[in-house]
Design a protein around this ligand. Structure first.
Ligand code: NDP
Ligand code: MG
Length: 382
């Protein structure tokens, strides 16, 4: 059999990032199954050139500044470039691992063209969940989660959807899990970037420290699985071995476990409904003796509570919260504001917001408004 015929062609957006590199590892491991069809980066064109040298994709999209030195590849730009590739008749799977909310454009374009969207970029669902769900209802495309907790829940729900009463997302608790509010006031960037269990990009690592990441994930789970927020729980589980659990109606509790390595959920999103061998070993049973669980502390981590409020209110509140958080985290990463100024900025912007419609244009406008206001709040804190 000609292996080219059954090789799946993958468009990988955010190829130069943490999820992007892990995805390339999976593709490298299965050259007979997968072929890299297209890649994107924002501005790290040197890293993109190296990926192109190795994988020889047909298309490259650059969403920010910079250009490629070579002429042996089709180069597209911006969100229009992402959309064109996502809808390309040759692409089978579109894996979206960009930062921010630009992911909405290739998500919608890919669904319209009946593609499999493997979605890592949770911010897209948080801000535009209602729009994505509507598109999915009219599409023969698929939306498969890459986020580890959602991959776990997706897999559990394949067996127990009708009997599941509650979804449980685990959270490591992040690097500041045990700190008091006074200690958080003084915490340094390097402390925040030292995540105990996961090796990820800088933005999501900061979100893990504020527990905003888990708040975003509650909203992501709401849209992916259509469970109301009061049937989505969060539990702190510092070892990150269990990623998701379901409470079933007969009192059973079922869990999905794996070693914390993003290659596991990435590979599953690419191969679903099949499972292929992995280089990542499953956890050893003696290690499970040390698993611990505790409830989240909403007082020390108020952004998690805000995320529940935002999804209960809807009307663009999740989009505004997410956009303000994006701006605040960037300012923290740039050394402009302190750690607790992140939540101060997010609360200031959300408290000013008065709600909007849930269509794409209105949500984009709310996102832009929140980014502008958050920038002003940040400037006032500097
Ligand atoms: P990284 O910061 O490591 O990588 C981000 C990627 O997106 C890079 O390729 C970057 O290009 C590109 N990018 C940056 N800014 C933009 C922009 N404005 N528009 C388009 N592309 C951009 O991030 P991660 O890989 O950690 O995370 C990617 C997404 O996946 C996020 O939404 C995150 O929440 C989600 N996620 C990540 C997990 C992880 O383990 N890392 C786990 C679960 C979800 P360049 O290199 O040129 O800057
Ligand atoms: Mg996650």
């Amino acid at each position: 059999m000609n292996s080219d015929i059954c090789r799946k062609k993958i468009a990988l957006f955010g190829a130069t990032g943490s999820i992007g590199r892990n995805t390339l590892d999976v593709i490298r491991r299965f050259p007979d199954r997968f072929e890299l069809f297209a890649v994107s980066c924002h501005s790290n064109t040197a890293a993109l050139e190296a990926i192109i040298d190795e994988f020889r994709p047909k298309y490259a999209v650059i969403t920010g500044e910079g250009s490629l030195k070579r002429t042996d590849i089709n180069v597209l730009r911006g969100k229009e470039g992402l959309e064109e590739v996502a809808a390309h008749h040759e692409a089978d799977i579109v894996l979206i691992a960009t930062l921010g909310t630009v992911g909405i454009f290739p998500t919608l374009a890919g669904l319209r063209a009946c593609k499999r969207i493997a979605l890592a970029n949770k911010e897209t669902l948080v801000a535009f969940g209602s729009v994505v769900v509507k598109e999915l209802e009219n599409s023969r495309g698929e939306l498969i989660p890459v986020d580890s907790e959602h991959s776990a829940l997706f897999q559990l729900l394949l067996s127990w959807k009708d009997d599941a009463e509650t979804l449980i997302l685990t959270a490591s608790g992040g690097p500041l899990r045990k700190l008091s509010r006074e200690e958080m006031e003084r915490v340094k960037l390097a402390d925040v970037l030292r995540h105990p269990t996961w090796n990820m990009g800088r933005k999501i690592t900061v979100d893990s420290a504020t527990l905003m990441n888990k708040g975003l994930e509650v909203i992501e789970a709401h849209w992916l699985f259509r469970f109301p927020p009061d049937r989505i729980e969060v539990v702190i589980h510092p070892q990150s071995i269990i990623h998701g659990l379901l409470r079933l109606r007969d009192g059973a509790l079922v869990a999905h476990m794996s070693t914390p390595d993003m290659k596991v959920p990435i590979q599953y999103a690419l191969t679903y409904p099949e499972r292929l061998p992995s280089e990542v070993r499953s956890p050893d049973l003696p290690d499970l003796a040390a698993l611990t669980f505790e409830p989240p502390d909403f007082d020390r981590f108020p952004l998690l509570k805000l995320a529940y409020e935002a999804i209960n209110r809807r009307k663009g509140y999740p989009a505004v919260m997410n956009a303000a958080n994006d701006v605040a985290v960037r300012a923290f990463l740039d050394g402009k504001i302190g750690f607790l100024d992140i939540e101060k900025t997010v609360f200031a912007v959300v408290n000013e917001f008065r709600g909007t419609d849930e269509d794409l244009d209105a949500l984009i406008e709310a996102d832009l408004w929140a980014r502008k206001r958050a920038g002003e709040v940040v400037d006032s804190l500097v």
